[in-house]
Design a protein around this ligand. Structure first.
Ligand code: GLC
Length: 740
């Protein structure tokens, strides 16, 4: 349809019809197969509401959605097709590593491919929109949703968010296999106090703009067609009713003109926040903030028409919102093709197809982070090896946002090792996944059999005693991470730690493979073993990828996108922090210096850290000049050498520091990454261009500009390594738009 036809349609619609385009109903309204992803409140719809409803979430299946679409278009007075939206977070049927793992790949190219494959599978199942990318910056791994983020750095989150938008949307939403992206959760949901999900966010505007907003802005610049509001308040104002955030920042500064949808029941939650007296007021506040679609709450469907009729909300506001939704449906081609790409044939061809499984397997190895290796990895396939632990047989490798996919299709470690052709191996459970009565997100207590636990432990110790080497497959339960998965303890369960201790007593050649949705407290585990490999929640091909890396058929290429604390008590902990007036120079306690008595201040492993199966040497950084004007550029370079005996890929990182400015600046900021593959002995000059735009920030008076002065450059393997060079910016840059 043309835009004129959209306008004509809008003019022909009743107020109730236009409001129908602004409501998203919960899955149970239309299907018993939907997935409920929020508090199950009652949701009453009149027959007229049912005639007009324009969208549903988390119902999938080509045949099922075709029936729903046919029935709804029949009922809708202008036969307007519905929008089918879903959480396609790290895959659809083929599940890729969780986003936190994908962040560790430092590879937007790879992440874009994964998003495109996920979109193709979801589109074949009739989905039109995904509630992804989630680009919330995170600093506190007690928060369960760090698994859904790509970490603590604004620059990396921006590159990852852009890549996912490109992968989902391509250049034309009508193109087969493309779905619309919805960047979330706007804004700063990852800063919830104490890592407690849904809790309040207290940030200065400068911190909000410097760290939390850039990735949303990048995803919007990349073309994300929707934005989702976040549950949290910022400074006491819920995002869903925050006019400054939605009108000034999102619409005017970032230029977003797409569909703004609330998170699940977030409109009505403004009542419990204490921001609205009742649903009617919450509806008014959300509409006045510019919210286009109400996900699941009974606000818009129950009160918007009356608010318009009594003049509290102008009908033009409803028209504007309805036009945005109709334009999105039109850009997806739904008026001509209401099923878009939904087809049973397409589902059969694409879901879990070989090409997608191959991509998932390659991606997983790129996300694994080797935190320690004292010469034990890669393993020999000929050595007698005992694989022990709850993750040896476990197929729950998808992470918490992968409900369409059946874990039965995932490859567990045991199968991966057998597929790799290892000769002399045995596989034992060793212990339960969790301690008795340990809670998960669903408050279920997993069955715990004391007698089995003792038998499993005894058998494991015997197998370890007789093996040349042991691989312990340990970690978090899938339902200990994700939404509402905040934890105060980040250690492995006691039953797993006991298994570790008992096995290490009888065998010195132990490697730990850890599955988790977050940075855990692993420093003490690492001290007891020779190797520690973080594999996160690796997805459908997890077991094959673990075997590939353990036996050296693939190298671990991941680098941490989020800091690993020594203790949860250190949190929040992140690399791009301010220096403070009394920084410590060492890890030990120093009186009158920042830190903890008796505790260590440094992380167990810093942002950007990860080992290869080879080693690399970095020359000192050279700069093409030691001063630059705002119009010039400086080229910073290092000579990188593979000093090991295996080929390897290094993730070379560029960090900048503004030494003195009208607002204190972080001790480091990531501003560039290059992945370099070198043969043993090979060397390569790695270059980065430093531009004035890269030096801009929100200055003391909150203008966005660079300031003349001293800058330090590091080109290093991670954020904890010093490799400094200095230059001066000698003239002021332009004061203009947010250019990240
Ligand atoms: C959930 C999540 C959001 C998700 C939505 C729909 O509560 O906060 O990320 O997209 O509801 O499932």
């Amino acid at each position: 349809m043309t835009n004129e036809a959209i306008r004509a349609l809008l003019e022909d619609m009743t107020l109730e019809e236009k409001i129908g385009q602004l409501i998203q109903v919960p899955p149970q309204v239309l299907s018993s197969n939907g997935v409920i992803t929020g508090p199950a409140g009652e949701y009453a719809l009149s027959e007229s509401d049912r005639d007009n409803m324009g969208s549903v979430l988390n119902v999938t299946g080509a045949a099922r959605l075709r029936k729903i679409q046919d029935a709804q278009m029949e009922r809708q007075p202008h036969h307007i097709p519905m929008l089918f939206m879903m959480d396609v977070i790290n895959g659809f049927e083929t599940i890729f590593p969780i986003p936190l793992a994908q962040g560790c790949s430092f590879s937007p190219t790879l992440v874009e491919k994964g998003a495109a494959a996920a979109a193709a599978e979801a589109a074949a199942a009739g989905v039109h929109v995904t509630f992804s990318p989630m680009v919330d910056l995170v600093r506190d791994s007690r928060w369960g949703r760090v698994m859904e983020s790509t970490g603590e750095d604004p620059w990396l989150n921006a590159r990852m968010g852009e890549a996912m938008v490109r992968g989902y949307q391509g250049t034309d939403l009508k193109e087969k296999g493309r779905i619309a992206a919805c960047v979330k959760h706007f804004a700063a949901y990852g800063a919830a106090e104490g890592g407690r999900d849904y809790d309040c966010v207290e940030l200065s505007e400068r911190t909000l703009r410097e760290y939390y907003l850039p990735a949303y802005e990048a995803a919007i610049r990349a073309g994300s067609r929707l934005v989702m509001t976040s549950f949290n308040t910022i400074g006491g104002v819920p995002s869903t009713g925050n006019r400054w955030l939605m009108e000034q920042v999102l619409r005017r500064e970032m230029g977003f003109d797409g569909v703004l949808i609330s998170d699940y029941s977030a409109v009505e939650e403004m009542i419990t926040h204490g921001f609205a007296e009742d649903t009617r007021e919450a509806t008014r506040l959300a509409m006045q903030a510019g919210l286009d679609m109400d996900m699941v709450s009974s606000g818009y469907v129950g009160h918007l028409a009356e608010l318009v009729r009594c003049g509290e909300i102008p009908e033009e506001a409803v028209d504007r919102a309805a036009e945005r939704v109709l334009r999105l449906k039109n850009d997806l081609g739904l008026f001509e093709k209401p099923y878009k790409d939904g087809s049973e044939e397409g589902e059969k061809q694409l879901h879990l197809c070989e090409a997608h499984r191959k991509l998932a397997r390659e991606m997983a190895a790129e996300t694994f982070v080797l935190l320690k290796n004292e010469g034990i990895l890669p393993l020999s396939k000929k050595q007698k090896t005992a694989f022990i632990g709850p993750y040896v047989h476990c197929r729950q490798l998808h992470g918490s946002w992968s409900f369409p996919s059946d874990p039965e299709h995932a490859v567990p470690v045991r199968e991966g090792v057998e597929n790799a052709g290892a000769e002399d191996v045995c596989f034992l459970p060793g212990c339960h996944m969790l301690d008795a009565d340990m809670p998960t997100r669903f408050e279920e207590r997993l069955p715990y059999d004391e007698a089995k636990a003792e038998t499993w432990l005894r058998e494991a110790v015997e197998a370890a005693r007789n093996a040349e080497q042991v691989v312990l497959c340990l970690g978090e339960h899938r339902d200990q991470t994700g939404e509402a998965g905040s934890r105060t303890e980040l250690t492995l369960p006691e039953c797993q730690l006991r298994l570790l201790r008992e096995v290490c007593r009888v065998n010195q050649n132990v490697a730990v493979v850890c599955f988790s949705g977050r940075p855990m407290e692993m420093a003490e585990v690492a001290q007891q073993v020779k190797a520690l490999l973080m594999v996160w929640m690796p997805g459908s091909e997890g077991g094959n990828a673990v075997a590939d890396v353990l036996f050296g058929d693939a190298e671990p290429r991941g680098r941490l996108c989020m800091t690993f604390p020594r203790k949860a008590a250190q949190l929040p902990l992140y690399y791009n922090h301010l220096n403070t007036g009394r920084p410590r120079s060492t890890d030990g306690y120093e009186i009158f210096r920042t830190g903890y008595m008796g505790g260590r201040l440094t992380p167990a492993w810093p942002f950007g850290f990860g080992m290869s199966y080879t080693t690399f040497h970095y020359s000192p950084v050279t700069l093409s000049a030691d001063t630059m004007t705002a119009e010039e550029k400086i080229v910073a370079s290092v000579e990188l050498t593979n000093t090991g005996d295996k080929a390897g890929t290094e993730t070379v990182q560029l960090y900048l520091r503004d030494v003195a400015a009208s607002a204190a600046r972080p001790v480091r900021m990531l501003r560039g990454v290059e992945k370099v593959t070198l043969q043993p002995g090979q060397r390569k000059t790695v270059r980065f261009e430093i531009t004035e735009e890269m030096l801009r920030f929100h200055t003391g008076d909150m203008t966005y500009a660079s300031e003349p002065g001293r800058f330090v450059v590091h080109i290093a393997p991670n954020s904890g390594v010093e490799n400094p060079a200095e230059f001066r910016l000698v003239s002021e840059g332009k004061k203009d738009s947010l250019n990240f």
